[in-house]
Every structure is written in C-alpha cells, then in structure tokens.
Design a protein around this ligand. Structure first.
Ligand code: NAD
Length: 357
C-alpha cells in the first residue's frame, strides 16, 4: 500500500521525536511491503519565523491533501509575546478546524513496566488503568466568540460556549462506536446541573443510546469525573465529553499513567485522514539535548496505521516493539527508574526499530 503522510516536525523537541517515528515507519514499510511518502509541512513557531504566519494556507492544504498528518509539537518561549492570532497554538487550532477533525481520542493506559511511575497508590493502579477519552475538538468555548470590553466595572471578558445537536451527535457517535470496539461502557461527562449546553449534550447522548443497545451509557458531572479519575480509574472504558472538559480531564488522565512522553493521540473527522500527535508540548527545556522520549510520537504513528490506514498488524508490531524495549529495561530520562539503562532519544528509536518484526 502507498500512503502520503504530511509531516509537521514543529518546534522544540518536535524534529527529534518525529525523526524517530519516521524511522520506525520506514522499518514497518520495508517489512510489510508498504511505501510511505512524506511531505514536510511548516507549522508553529518555525512557520512564524519563515512566513510570519503559524500555518500558511498552502501548508494547511498540504495536510488536507494527505492521507494523514503526523505532528511533533509546536510552541516555545520565543513566540510567547506575539499577538494572540499569530501564536503557534493558533496554527494547531486552524489545522484541526481546516482538517475537520472533530474528535480527539486519547488513551489513558498504564504500561505494566511503568506502574511505579504513577502518582496513584499501588492498590488503585493494580486494579488497572485502561480507558479512552473522546473529546469534542472544534466546538464549544474554545471556538465561541472571545471579547474583552471596558465597562462600568472595569474590563469585562466574555467567552461564548455554544453547541448544536449536530455537533454533539457526531462526537457522540464516535464515543459509542469506540465503546463498541472495547468493553462497551460509555460515560458521558457534562455539567448539566448548571449549563444549558450540557443539558442538550445529555439529551442527545440518551437519544443516540437507543441506536446502540449493546453499549451501556452512564452520565457523570465533570467535577465528579475529575475525582473519579484519581479515585477509581478502573471503572472507565470510554469517556465522551465536550472540548474544554476533555482538555482538562485528558491531561489529568495522562498524569495518572505517570509519563507524559509516552502518550499518543489521534484526531479524526468524517474522512479517514487523521491528525496524529503525542499529547505533550515542545518541551523547550530539553530541546536539542537528545533527551526527549519519542515513544508518544512513535505510538501516534502506530495509531495512524491502525485508525487511518487499517494496518492492524503493523500497528501491533510497533506496540509490541515498544513493550519489548521497556521489558529490556531501557528508559529515557523522563521515565528513568532504579536499575534501568538510560538512553537518549535517538538510541531509543534504534532500540525500538530493531525490535519490529
Ligand atoms: P510540555 O509538554 O512541552 O513539557 C512539560 C514537561 O514535560 C517538561 O518538563 C518537558 O521537558 C517534559 N516533557 C514533555 N514531553 C516530553 C518528552 N517527549 N520526553 C521527555 N520529557 C518531556 O509542556 P509546556 O512546558 O507547558 O509547554 C512547552 C511549549 O509547548 C509551550 O509553548 C506550549 O504552548 C507548547 N505546547 C504545544 C502542544 C502541541 O504542540 N500540541 C501541546 C502542549 C503545549
């Protein structure tokens, strides 16, 4: 199979971690007889420096025309003071909107080899942590009107939170379909005791549930969910929620697995062209030091093979290689433990790709 992949290396550690993921993809291609063609795309701080725009239209079109997009990370101190509409993160928001990827899927799964890295008590970790947060990505308060005006009470800021039934239904379907492929339990998270948008959310989820009788739907208020994720994470299979709640809960969920550098994500819309990226940022503090953990990006590439290219066994091969690498006791600095062997970003890539069969 031939696939065209748009590659956004981005800023900070982005180029280092993406490089390792591409080497792993090339290894998979040579073993399984595929051809992956890469198109470089500038986005984020590097695009601001080069074009004065975090995502020039021409770059967005390269992504839209691809079979899928692999992204490292964008942003950094250097661009902190540029005007809001020019910030590197704006490029990311425009990319998601331009690609129409309305669903962000983040697995929160503990690797048994890294169980000690979780900040949770061992007795909680032992019950298992293996759930996915399906987050609505291109609606809600992040995309509503933002305004700051002078009023009699001084400056007053307003951010608008708006959802329509169509937007809720399409993300709800992803939640139900994802649950169907797993343990068939979907938890819809909202704030229906306060917000109208949440009451509509809940109504649409229950209407959809009639079409998915094999999936058990439950409701949870977002504040309770934040507590339950640390108290009893084993209860969750799939969580579906709106943009801002999902942003916060998915960071919390990644923290309990103990290792921000290990977690991949996928963002999908109506087509099979998805956006795949690790959940962490550009880690400027370790950029250029060959110290970054590339596994979140490598596992994002595995998700791309599974969800966008239907290459299940190829994705399994990457995940198995990562597990074998951890079993062999190799660790980058972020997940270093007693009696482990410290490796850098590139060596981590070497050790994983030699384990791909
Ligand atoms: P960050 O995720 O970049 O870093 C947080 C901490 O985790 C740092 O100590 C960093 O060294 C460490 N870390 C992150 N990824 C790692 C990896 N792969 N291996 C080893 N250690 C890793 O978050 P931050 O410091 O808040 O943000 C830095 C920049 O990244 C900011 O400009 C922010 O806006 C941007 N950012 C970008 C994205 C994205 O591109 N999707 C996401 C979040 C933040």
């Amino acid at each position: 199979m031939t696939k065209n992949i748009a590659v956004i290396r981005g800023d900070g550690i982005g180029p280092e971690i993406v490089e390792q993921a591409l080497r792993v993809l090339d290894r998979v291609a040579s073993i399984y007889g595929h051809t992956f063609c890469y198109t470089d795309v500038d986005m984020g701080g590097c695009a601001i420096d080069r074009y004065g725009d975090p995502l020039p239209e021409e770059m967005l079109q390269k992504c839209v025309a691809s079979d899928s997009v692999l992204l490292g990370a964008v942003g950094g101190e250097k661009w902190n003071d540029v005007p809001g509409h020019m910030r590197p993160e704006k490029g990311l928001l425009r990319l998601r909107a331009g690609m129409g990827v309305y669903s962000n899927n983040r697995p929160a799964k503990i690797w048994p080899q890294l169980a000690a890295a979780s900040p949770l008590k061992q007795s909680i970790v032992d019950q298992g942590i293996d759930f996915i947060i399906v987050r609505e990505l291109i609606g809600g308060i992040y995309f509503g009107e933002h305004q700051t005006n002078q009023t009699d009470d001084g400056l007053t800021a307003v951010d608008v939170l708006r959802y329509n039934e169509k937007e809720i239904e399409r993300i709800g379907r992803i939640g139900f379909e994802t649950a169907r492929k797993r343990r068939k339990a979907l938890c819809s998270v909202e704030k229906s005791n306060v917000l109208d948008s949440s009451r509509l959310w809940k109504k649409v989820m229950h209407r959809l549930a009639e079409e998915y009788p094999d999936v058990t739907l439950s409701d949870m208020l977002v504040d309770n969910c934040a507590m339950q994720i640390v108290k009893n994470p084993a209860q969750f299979d799939v969580i579906v929620t709106e943009n801002m709640f999902g942003d916060i809960l998915s960071d919390e969920a990644s923290m309990i697995t103990g290792s921000i550098g290990m977690i991949p994500s996928s963002s999908l819309g109506a087509s099979s062209c998805g956006l795949y990226e690790p959940i962490h940022g550009s880690a400027p503090d370790i950029a250029g030091k060959d110290a970054a953990n590339p596994i979140g990006t490598i596992l994002s590439a595995a998700m791309m093979l599974r969800y966008s290219f239907d290459m299940e066994k190829e994705a399994d091969a990457i995940e198995r290689a990562v597990s074998d690498y951890l079993d062999a006791g190799y660790r980058t600095a972020d997940i270093m433990g007693d009696n482990m062997t410290l490796v850098g970003c590139k060596q981590c890539g070497d050790l994983i790709l030699e384990r791909i069969r």
